[in-house]
Design a protein around this ligand. Structure first.
Ligand SMILES: [Zn+2]
Length: 382
């Protein structure tokens, strides 16, 4: 993560860089501020920067050996811990690293609440043992942070431990963390990232150098939105109240609802073979931008897949919104082993055509004719 991948907040970045250039890299720091600011992303950019082998005044290079590993969040001297769903007494944050990497890289502004939703089971969403040695789990090559920090740094000058959401730690764990902060292992920098500093032990916060990361202003969010999605006709940038992650989720749920609405009416018209209706529908969709058209085709492919999964009796596996799930339950009656692959291939082919600047009204109309035919194909198993 580079500083320039994070939207705006130039003054904050400058302040952080200033401290580093004066060689003031405190061993125990906290990135704090209201929910919605890019604290975790900034902590990662900071960690990458201090370890970059070819840094400029303003940013890390993103190409040196250290940066390449950092950009994949897989540097051996980077440790990120966060609350997870504890399955056994040997569960560690590191067990969820692939999911977490995917989660964070999909949205670098993600909040801890979103991570908790992603994990699902809220009752056991906690910090697992990290600050003690648990010998019975060591054999599984799943060392605790305690064990790892007893070893020397692998290759970098600054080993970085990022602790996301330390306010979720139990008091026992906080006290153990405090011991580390009192006597940090050589070459180790702790970066805590928290929305709720008031919930932390005062003895802990008093040891930490604080960097305050504000929320965004309405004007900043409007710029961000315009740049990413075009005109903010729904006024989301104001509704988000400075929380960039919430802004993205508002946009996402509106877009998902639009996709479902457009796909539902399309399939109804196809099934009825209402060609006048399909002409009007194709005309309406062709007036949307290309990104939306591709998303609609991607959504169509996913819905066919979900319908198949549902037909195989695995509807618990459906990663869809409730409205979409309801639609899939009805729609899956028309999807079977005979027509699913041809349908997916037609949608995929149309995505390719869109890349070639083809007349999309004709494209969607012709695709509709194919889909109308394919939806009538019956399963050979029934
Ligand atoms: Zn670099």
């Amino acid at each position: 993560m580079r500083f320039n991948e994070i939207f705006a907040l130039e003054d904050i970045k400058k302040e952080l860089l200033n401290g580093i250039s004066k060689n003031r890299i405190a061993h125990s720091q906290i990135f704090t501020g209201p929910k919605g600011g890019p604290k975790l992303a900034l902590a990662l950019a900071y960690a990458q920067y201090i370890n970059c082998l070819n840094k400029t005044e303003k940013d890390s290079c993103n190409t040196c050996d250290s940066c390449v590993k950092y950009s994949k969040l897989s540097h051996p001297d980077l440790h990120v811990i966060f609350p997870v769903v504890k399955i056994s007494k040997c569960t560690r944050a590191v067990d969820y690293m692939p999911e977490w990497r995917n989660f964070f890289t999909t949205n670098i502004y993600s909040s801890l609440d979103e991570w908790s939703n992603f994990m699902g089971d809220k009752t056991s969403f906690i910090y697992t043992h990290e600050f003690t040695s648990t010998k019975e789990c060591v054999d599984n090559s799943r060392l605790t942070l305690y064990n790892k920090l007893a070893l020397k740094n692998f290759e970098s000058k600054h080993r970085v431990v990022i602790i996301w959401g330390p306010e979720k730690m139990l008091k026992v764990a906080s006290n153990k963390l405090l011991k580390f902060l009192e006597e940090p292992p050589d070459g180790t920098v702790f970066l805590l990232v928290s929305d709720e500093t008031n919930s932390l032990l005062p003895t802990l916060t008093s040891r930490l150098q604080k960097s305050f990361i504000p929320k965004y202003t309405d004007e900043e969010l409007l710029l961000f939105y315009n740049d990413k999605f075009g005109s903010d006709i729904n006024g989301f940038s104001k509704k988000a109240n400075g929380d960039i992650s919430y802004l993205l989720s508002l946009n996402k749920s509106t877009e998902e609802a639009d996709l479902l609405k457009d796909f539902t009416s399309w399939m109804r018209l196809c099934f009825k073979q209402d060609f006048q209706g399909l002409t009007n529908w194709a005309s309406l969709i062709s007036s949307q931008n290309t990104i939306y058209k591709k998303k609609l085709l991607g959504f169509s492919i996913n819905t066919i897949r979900y319908s198949l999964i549902n037909n195989f009796g695995n509807n618990k596996m459906l990663q869809t919104s409730n409205d979409e799930k309801e639609f899939v339950l009805k729609f899956s009656k028309f999807v079977n082993e005979e027509n699913s692959i041809p349908l997916i291939l037609e949608f995929e082919k149309s995505i390719q055509y869109l890349n070639r600047n083809i007349n999309s009204k004709i494209l969607f109309f012709e695709l509709s004719l194919q889909v109308s035919k394919m939806l009538k194909i019956k399963s050979s198993v029934d």
